[in-house]
Design a binder for this molecule. Structure first.
Ligand SMILES: [Zn+2]
Length: 237
């Protein structure tokens, strides 16, 4: 893989690109945001662990860039590995067709975890494990034309930033299944998530922040978020 464009980009350079190729990121969920994040990271040389038990449905084709009509009913994780290795043959991709639970949460262990599960019970497990193991975590979800990206990086571990549980009311969408999806939101969020991953792996931007987007309004805002001192997860660690 020729990484000349990143190597010429001053904020990455030859050393930065070498570092990216040595890193491994876990994607929990490879659907709407996850498939685009995986593609961007594969092209950037970042190795991947992909955890997703799901199979490809016809409605997924509308917003999940790694899949085609002929892939319907195949396992998402297996199919994404095939496509990602075709894009970058030097890439190391490990896949797990499993739902995460307390007994296998160790599978997420890597340099950084991206939580795209769309399931708060699983997100709670991921959040707690990342806090305990001090693994940077990026969380994203969406509904309609709106979405969030929460970056929980190393600032959290010095007690400064919030965890997912501290601000969970800001992250959840009520009646999500009735809101549909405006497809461009998944691509915008994927781009923001992938950039946050790369910057974190290169130690840029170590400030916990929440991004709120509304694509229909062409609106992206940073929101300052703080640790909840009474949080049942991070305040007791
Ligand atoms: Zn917390």
């Amino acid at each position: 893989m020729d990484f000349t464009l990143h190597e010429l980009f001053a904020d990455i350079g030859i050393e930065g690109q070498k570092k990216l190729c040595e890193k491994t990121v876990t994607l929990v969920g490879i659907g709407g945001i996850g498939s685009s994040v995986a593609e961007i990271l594969a092209r950037a040389g970042v190795n991947l662990r992909i955890i997703d038990k799901g199979r490809i449905l016809e409605k997924d084709i509308m917003k999940q860039c790694l899949y085609r009509l002929e892939d319907i009913s195949k396992f998402k994780a297996k199919q994404s590995k095939k496509i990602l290795e075709e894009i970058n043959s030097q890439l190391k991709v490990k896949t797990f067709h499993e739902d995460l639970h307390a007994g296998n949460i160790f599978l997420i262990e890597s340099d950084l975890v991206v939580d795209l599960t769309n399931n708060m019970a699983t997100s709670d497990l991921v959040n707690k494990y990342c806090l305990e193991k001090k693994i940077p975590l990026i969380f994203s979800n969406y509904a309609g034309s709106k979405g969030h990206v929460l970056i929980v990086d190393r600032s959290q571990y010095s007690g400064v930033g919030p965890c997912v549980n501290c601000i969970r009311e800001k992250l959840e969408f009520k009646d999500k299944s009735k809101l549909g999806v405006y497809v461009p939101v998944t691509y915008l969020l994927a781009s923001l998530v992938a950039s946050a991953v790369i910057k974190n792996l290169l130690n840029y931007g170590n400030v916990a922040k929440l991004l709120n987007v509304d694509v229909m309004k062409t609106d992206i805002r940073h929101e300052s978020v703080e640790k909840d001192k009474k949080c049942s997860v991070c305040s007791v660690l």
